[in-house]
Design a protein around this ligand. Structure first.
Ligand SMILES: [Zn+2]
Length: 320
């Protein structure tokens, strides 16, 4: 086959891998469990064998390898991840082949893919906001993700929105994530419902369905999530003037049930300017892997990787 890179999106639960050609064709995708409970050495060994197996499946030596990983990251090393438990792992330790490698922060790498290939394709400056188990953002400036001075940038999920509110797992009070992540919506509904009718356990998807059908408690919890998001996004808008906010992750699957009231509340908070439009992310769960492919091609010396790829890349096989 034609030349390819190996792309890997390393998450806390599973890793998504793929082989992507120079023209953006995704010729193979695969998934493996992240053995987090067996410690960082086991995770590194799994990454190495996954890359090796993907390269072998490609039938040749890849031009490069790109990896999206959580935590504090530079292009050359995974510095720290509370989620995986590693510290100061050089990129070359993650790859069993002597080929160029580039690492990226997981959410920022997804943001890079949305910028080059997805919903931000023709936008210069926007916020990519995946709302899942947690909330982190990728600030895209001039088409590239911006991670701040030390790589801590984009932690919009820990902006305090209700300073007298509920404690967050991070140690602060009233963080956005405590009210508006998919797990927060599910947890807050379950807790409140249980106080009146015994143990209840629901998903955020179920709370969305209940909200759509007019259930009062679900509507209240959903409304608080929207309120929290509108507060954080008003601050982001006033500070950075994005041309759009690209919503992704599990909660964004609710579509207009989330985006319509959020757009309305965001506009109400902004007295003297237009709110940026809200858009749905285009690449779904493949964003991190596609961004890692862009990093792999950049490592191989093709800085313009992706810019000429056809939008058919979006119709390519998704990660299983
Ligand atoms: Zn927090």
């Amino acid at each position: 086959m034609s030349s390819f890179v190996v792309a890997l999106d390393v998450g806390g639960t599973s890793m998504k891998g793929g082989l992507v050609t120079r023209s953006g064709e995704i010729v193979r995708t695969d998934r493996r469990a992240t053995p987090r409970d067996r410690g960082p050495a086991a995770v590194i060994a799994t990454i190495r064998s996954f890359i090796d197996d993907l390269a072998t499946a490609g039938g040749g030596t890849p031009e490069g390898v790109g990896l999206a990983v959580p935590g504090l990251v530079t292009a050359e090393a995974a510095l720290y991840s509370a989620n995986i438990g590693w510290r100061d792992v050089p990129a070359t330790d993650l790859v069993p082949l002597d080929v160029p490698v580039m690492l990226g922060h997981d959410v920022r790498t997804g943001g890079l893919a949305e910028s080059v290939l997805g919903a931000g394709r023709e936008l210069s400056d926007f916020l990519f906001l995946p709302i899942g188990t947690g909330i982190a953002g990728a600030t895209i400036l001039h088409g590239e993700p911006y991670g701040g001075s030390a790589g801590w940038g984009g932690e919009i999920g820990h902006i305090p929105v209700f300073p007298e509110g509920e404690p967050c797992a991070c140690g602060q009070i009233g963080c956005l994530e405590t009210y508006a992540s998919a797990s927060a919506v599910a947890r807050r509904y379950s807790t409140r419902a249980a106080s009146s009718s015994g143990a209840v356990s629901v998903t955020a998807e179920r709370v969305a369905t209940l909200t759509a059908s007019g259930d009062p408690l679900a509507t209240e919890i959903w409304g608080e999530a929207v309120e929290a998001l509108s507060l954080a996004l008003a601050s982001y808008t006033l500070l950075l003037d994005p041309s759009a906010i690209v919503l992704g992750g599990g909660l964004a699957e609710a579509g207009t049930l989330l985006s319509d009231p959020l757009a309305e509340r965001l506009q109400k908070r902004l007295a003297f300017r237009q709110a940026p439009p809200l858009r749905q992310a285009a690449l779904g769960m493949s964003a991190g892997m596609l961004g890692a492919a862009l990093l792999g091609w950049r490592a191989a010396g093709f800085a313009d990787a992706g810019t000429t790829w056809s939008l058919d890349v979006l119709k390519s096989p998704r990660v299983p």
